[in-house]
Structure formats: C-alpha cells, structure tokens
Ligand binder design. Structure first.
Ligand code: HEM
Length: 410
C-alpha cells in the first residue's frame, strides 16, 4: 500500500489491519473525516495510544468538542442524549468521574464477579443446549449475543421475565449501524424508563443484586442519585454487552481459523489445564479485539501527540486495534500466539477509564470458549471468511453472523 488507504469502507471493515499498519508507519496521528462527517484524529502507535488514553488534557466530556453544536448526537453512544443518560463514566472527567467510579466499585466488586461464575456457566450451558443437537448454528445470534445480555441482566437484578425485553432493546442498539436511528433512541428511552422503575422497586425492596448494591453504595455519606444510578446501570449494560458479544464472536472466529493453536487449547482444556485459556483470551483480545477504537476524547488544551499538534476542541480517537498490532511493542504482532505472556494489550483501555468490567468479561469469555470447544470439539466454519459480514460500526468490531457446523451432541 503506497497511498493513504481508504478507511471505513466495507473492505476496510473486513480487515482493517493493513490500513492501520500503513497509518502507524506513515501517519501515526492522522486527521480524517469520519463517515458521520465529524473530523477527528486517529492515534495508531502503541506508545502514543497509551499516552493519549492517560492524558488529562483529553476530556471524555463532549461539551469540549469544538463542533459540538453542529454534530450533536454523532459522538457518543447512540440514543444516550435523547434519553437523558449522558452522565455516565465514559462521558465525564475527574472529579465527577472519580466519585462515580468509587461508588460503583463498591458495588461491582471482583468478589461479586467471582461469585457469579457458576451462574455464567449455567447460562453458557443452557444456550449451548439450545442448538447442540442440531449440528449447525449461528453462533452470534444463538450464543454470543444472548449470553452477555442475560448475564448482565442477572447481575443487575432484572427479573427473568423482563430479560427478553432487554434482549430486544439491546438488539435494536447493536443493529443501529444499518437500522433506523429513531428506533435506537426509542429502545434506549424504554431501557431508561425500565431501569428507573426497577431502581424504585429495589429501593423499597432491596436484594443481593448489583442495582441494590448501587443504591446502597455510599462514599463519605454520599450516594448515587436515581438518575446517576440509572445512567450507571445503562453504561454497565451498554459497555458490557456488545463488547462481550464481539469478544466471543471474534475470538471463536479467530480460533476456527487457526486450527493448530485451537487444537493446543482443546488439549489443554481436556487435561484440565486452564492456564492456556487465560493467556488465550488475552491474546484473542489483542489480536482481534472487540473495541477497535477507544471512545471519544476531546482536547481541552492545545497538546502534541507523536509530534502532531492537536488544537483545543479537536476529537481524538485512539485506535486500540492498531496499537495492539504495533511491532514496536509486540513481537510478531500479526501472528496469533495463545501462549503470549508479554501481552500488555490496550483492549481494555488504560488509565482512569480502564474497563471496569474486565473481570466479568474474562469470566464470560473463558466460560464461553472453553465450553464451546469442549462440548462441540469438531466445530467448524460453515462459510468462507470472505462471505462473512462485519458490522462496520466506528467503535466496535464484530461479525454480523458466525455460521458453524459440528457433530450433534448425542
Ligand atoms: C470483552 C469485553 C470488554 C472489552 C474489550 C471492554 C473494553 C473497554 C474499554 C477499551 C474501555 C475504555 C474505553 C475508553 O477509555 O475509551 C472500557 C471501559 C468500560 N467498560 Fe469495558 N469492556 C468489556 C466488557 C465490559 C463489561 C462486561 C462491563 C461491565 C459489565 C464493562 C464496563 C465498562 C465500563 C463501565 C467502562 C467505563 C469505565 C470508566 O470510564 O471509568 N466492560 N471497556
């Protein structure tokens, strides 16, 4: 590739890595016009990416966007503005961010996640039961998509009879790339109304769930307001949903295309050795992770990244997928190596916005991949890679469908 590659086309969505390689080498902090019409800087080198993710002069709050009046609704999570759900962790800076993150961390603890492991295993098995006898499945639709939504609903304390509503609303949100934007806004509004009502109910009758924990959490006598609790539940759902769908989807797809390494992982699982599963999930995140670009950041002061001057108010998008293939940081970055140990990838971000749900994501991805490979050992792709379609959204990277074949369970 000798000229500036064309970004954000369907071909690019299928395999963005050659284009990112070109940018890393020739234009590591690259000004581009996004398909939405918004101008932004793309940061593609690992060292620059790490610096930018932790730079306090890059605000998460869209009020700092110089073009904000003109591009309302084009930055951030679809539907969040019209549903009044803007005050969540991914849109705010310290000191508000510090306060909210401290409060949520009191409720969303590693212990709560660890105690949730048997439930995740149960959900995983139940979903695989749904197709294991048929010999074929679309793993996105039947497995990767429902698992995280049911898991987060359970964790939050959404009653079982209401979880299919969430599945529908989440489906609207994930399809927004090709669907009507009004539909997304409606789905997000319904989700918010539901969450507010659930918060009221849990306040009157608390349980052992995360929503009750969020209501109870207090820091120096301070609590979350109901609006803050609703925005927090929303961001946990949003941030924890499509990401995990795509980690399971992209991860399975990558394993199906690397038969030797997949066989090695299957052997380790059969031997009861789970160490490889842990490094494998990290490598799958680095190699083709679900969050292609970190979320929006806006310069609050003039600054320089990788030698490039950035003006106040400019949007900056850190390309995690490009940074995680940077040969200056990773040995043979384009090679999948499930045993890779020196693997400080940026798939979960870096700095104060580092993924709050990483322990849950790891738990779900490890359960999903281990159970799939163990129960359906001869799983194979039922389509040519060139026939598969990627979603083509800006921030997330994931497949629309993942058709597979396998010997039915007897
Ligand atoms: C494979 C799955 C996941 C990946 C790859 C992932 C990735 C990320 C990344 C890259 C960020 C930082 C974004 C930025 O700085 O712009 C982030 C933040 C966040 N993630 Fe995750 N995530 C995953 C799963 C989850 C889950 C399961 C939850 C919770 C249920 C979650 C909750 C959050 C929250 C609340 C934030 C915002 C933290 C803050 O701003 O302080 N994520 N995630």
């Amino acid at each position: 590739m000798s000229e500036t590659p064309t970004l954000f086309t369907w071909e690019f969505a299928t395999d963005p890595y050659p284009a990112y390689g070109w940018l890393r080498e020739h234009s590591p902090v690259h000004r581009t016009t996004l398909p939405s019409g918004v101008d932004a800087w793309l940061v593609t080198r690992y060292a620059d990416a790490r610096q930018a993710l932790a730079d306090a002069r890059l605000s998460k709050n869209p009020v700092h966007h110089s073009e904000q009046a003109h591009h309302k609704g084009k930055v951030g999570i679809p539907g969040e503005r019209s549903a009044d759900l803007m005050t969540h962790l991914l849109n705010i800076d310290p000191p508000d961010h510090t306060r909210l993150r401290r409060l949520v961390s009191k409720a969303f603890t590693p212990r709560r996640v660890a105690e949730f492991a048997p439930r995740v295993q149960e959900l995983t098995d139940r979903l695989i039961d749904g197709f294991a006898k048929t010999g074929e499945a679309d793993l996105i639709h039947e497995f990767a998509f429902p698992l995280p939504i049911y898991a987060i609903c359970d964790l939050l304390g959404v009653p079982a009879e209401d979880q299919d509503d969430f599945r529908d609303w989440a489906g609207m949100m994930i399809r927004h790339g090709g669907g009507p934007r009004g539909g997304v806004a409606r789905a997000v509004k319904k989700m918010r109304a539901y969450l507010l009502e659930l918060i009221h109910r849990k306040r009157a009758d608390p349980g052992d769930d995360l929503i009750s924990g969020l209501i109870r959490a207090s820091d120096h006598g301070e609590h979350l307001t109901e609006n803050e609790a609703a925005a927090m539940a929303f961001i946990l759902l949003f941030a924890g949903f499509e990401t995990t769908v795509n980690l399971i989807g992209n991860g399975t797809y990558t394993l199906l295309r690397h038969s030797e390494q997949r066989a090695q992982l299957q052997q380790a699982l059969a031997d009861g050795d789970t160490a490889l599963l842990a490094t494998a999930v990290e490598e799958l995140l680095r190699y083709d992770g679900p969050v292609e670009l970190a979320t929006w950041r806006f310069a609050t002061d003039p600054l320089t990244i990788g030698g490039q001057d950035i003006a106040t108010g400019d949007p900056v998008l850190v390309v995690l997928a490009a940074a995680d293939r940077d040969p200056a940081r990773f040995e043979q970055p384009d090679t999948l190596d499930l045993t890779r140990r020196d693997n400080q990838h940026l798939g979960y971000g870096h700095g104060i916005h580092y993924c709050l749900g990483a322990p849950l994501a790891r738990l779900e991805a490890q359960a999903a991949l281990a159970t799939l490979l163990t129960r359906l050992p001869d799983l194979s792709l039922a389509a040519e890679p060139s026939e598969l379609r990627w979603r083509g959204g800006l921030i997330m990277r994931g497949l629309r469908t993942l058709p597979v074949l396998f010997t039915p369970e007897g």
